[in-house]
Design a protein around this ligand. Sequence first.
Ligand code: FES
Length: 866
Amino acid sequence: MTVKITINGREVEAEAGRDLLSTCLEQGVEVPHFCWHGDLGSVGACRLCAVRVFDGPQDTVGRIEMSCMTPVRDGQRVEVADPDAARFRAHVIEWLMLNHPHDCAVCEEGGACHLQDMTVATGHRNRRSDAPKRTHRNQDLGPLLTHEMNRCIACYRCVRFYRDYAGGTDLDVFGAHDRVYFGRATDGVLESPFAGNLAEICPTGVFNDKGWSQKYARRWDMAATPAICPHCAAGCNITLYERHGTLRQVQNRYHGALNGSFLCDRGRFGPLFADAARISVPRLGGAAVAPEAALEAARALVPGACGVGSPRASLEANFALRRLVGAGRFFAGVSDAEAALVRRMAAVLVAGPARIASMKDIETADAALVLGEDLTGTAPRAALALRQASRGASRALAAEKGVPGWQDAAVRVAGEGRLSPVTLVTPLPDALDDIARPALRRTPAQVAEFGFAVAAALRGEPVADAEALATATALAEAAAPLVVAGMGLGSGGAVEAAAAVVAELGVRARLALFPAEVNSMGLALLGGEGLEAAALALEAAPGPLFVLEADVFERADPATVARLMAAATSVIVLDCLETRLTAAADLVLPVASFAEAAGTVVNFEGRAQRGFAGLPEGRPAAWRVLSQIGGLFAEDATLEDVLAAMEADCPALAGAVDAAPVGVVPGRVARAPAPFSGRTASDLAGRLPEGTPPHDRDSGLSWTMEGIRGARVPPALSTGPVVPGMHSVSAAYHAQEYIGGPLKGGDPGAALLVAGQGGVTPVAPVPETDGEGLIWLPLHDAFSATETDRASPLLAARAPGPRLLLHPEDAAALGLAAGAAVLVEGAPTAAMLTLDAAMPRGHVGLSVGLAAPRGRAGRLRLEAAP
Ligand code: FES
């Protein structure tokens, strides 16, 4: 219900029951605060948000209240600048600063710190106490985060995010008297794959990004560039921070429909791989050669060549390769089965009737069915979103019981015992089990059967599976039911089952299907069969093989790769990473990583998004190298020219050009960091030792700190809001263009897939027949599943080793004991055997990427290594 209240003498409309603090911020009225956060709500811990509240015109005295804990009521008057309230806030800051070390000069957060901003805002200047400060022992929290507890102001944001929002259990608050400690019970790696968000959510420098700390530059000295996380199909928006030609840090870039305020650790720390494992010099026959000689050699190999594109390369790079070799000789750098499955996903999404789910839709679902997908391993940000759907159910129950929705702890208690809206059907125990009621264990074949049973129940057919019946009832009663599947199980059964369920649910359903990589969907829309077809084509007409940013050893069955390599007369690889394939290639050409060139990718929703070069003088874009080889585009062609040609050739990609403005934005957009001072860079323009900044031909971004900033910047080019007096990431919640969810200018990206076109009939998978060996159950490890994950030193330090899991009885039948070294298909594996009674009989769990290529065939023969 909307009511009228007065804020600082201005009458505004506000939502009754909502907290006063966020209402003031939305009206553009600043209220100092620490513990309130737009995604965590209010807890009333810091007492900084004091304002004077009058009940109405008759109330001439009013009282000091915490605005975050005070619900909006009709006729209320709020005075933020009231002298008593201002004095109260100044006292709060003074007592919070009593024990703060005042170490801004050596703190990473200095200049981008919410505590600094609030201290200035409340007018606290001088320390009056000379009492000794309370000190704490810091913990070693693993390779990703630093811990400096002396800086803590006890706002509780960290535990509220870690435990309430992200479901972590190993970070907590411990206290006795006035000693309150936020950390683990003992030193050790923070287990949550979302722990990195603590570095942003902490309003001071208690938790910080260890990678940044090791390659530190002040925030205002770094160039900030909008980019897309390259680590999974979610397509989260990130900001790359660069200084002196190296990537220093990655931060979340707010996107209302996707990542909102949070990233997973894979997306926060993984992209720094672009600074490591670099191929910088062309190699011919294993020896370094000059770039022109390498291009000349490549030109000679174009006639009769096949090309293998990549789901981790941009649309522009893939399109250029397709143009070089011709559409008939262009193949996707994945198995045939994966290529077909992603095409099928696109067809299912487009068919409808379900709406294609965004991450926000996942968060707001009131009933959800997850079929077979280990989201924490395959698309971690989606797991975090699904957790919020469960929290939403608790909140709804709390509202029914009259518990104010802004009291998170009370909501959690009130929500206890409520049936979660999430049904999770996976082969193995899952990180989301704690929010699932029920969490069902089924084999991959049974996962598909379960989905089809739910669909049958929705049609009113008799169904023997009571859980399927209950799930169908929950979905049928929901206003916004959600179905999630993907290619995590390596087969299409779950996707077909998901299609069958949403076909029965109709237009109110939302459907999320997750392919494996950042541009899997884009590559599928570009077309092309997979690696088995490439091998066949080369066997029929042998010729050179150009491979773009795809380690084929990683993505296809070893037999297929052997055929491919044998049939190719020579292998030319364009990549930024050293891989098994670059070691075997005849010619290696270095090309830009995602952080060195602008490029467009298509995420799980079919949303085309563009990232830009975050390093000023990196390797050339792959499409430029291919153009130099084949004369594909004019010498001075820009990204815009490639996109225009691509849209003309590939109708399925029409609209990709609209992912972000290309070409020059009037005035150019400064690559300015969000906490911008410009002190170093702007004031010294033209006199810096860096010299003349390079010119970016492929975007409207400038390589200086000068240019347009703030609200005039198109959303896809924005790296953060500009809020006077605010320099931390918390400023996002003060910025008018961010408040209320989607960016006011529209969330970045262009939808290439539009649901509701029909034309798909779900196909139930054929039941498994007996075969030799055990059925492979792909295990997805959040930090090591792809070649880019493993190229990131920070993720590599965090990643567990490869896993090989067997049911104890299967292991006994094979004569294998726990810890045994095992041969898989006759070849040794790095994974040691673990016996796990949760494993389905007749299956073997093996880590994707580390221990098994993603395109591996369905059954594996195991034997003890000699
Ligand atoms: Fe209101 Fe902390 S923001 S008490």
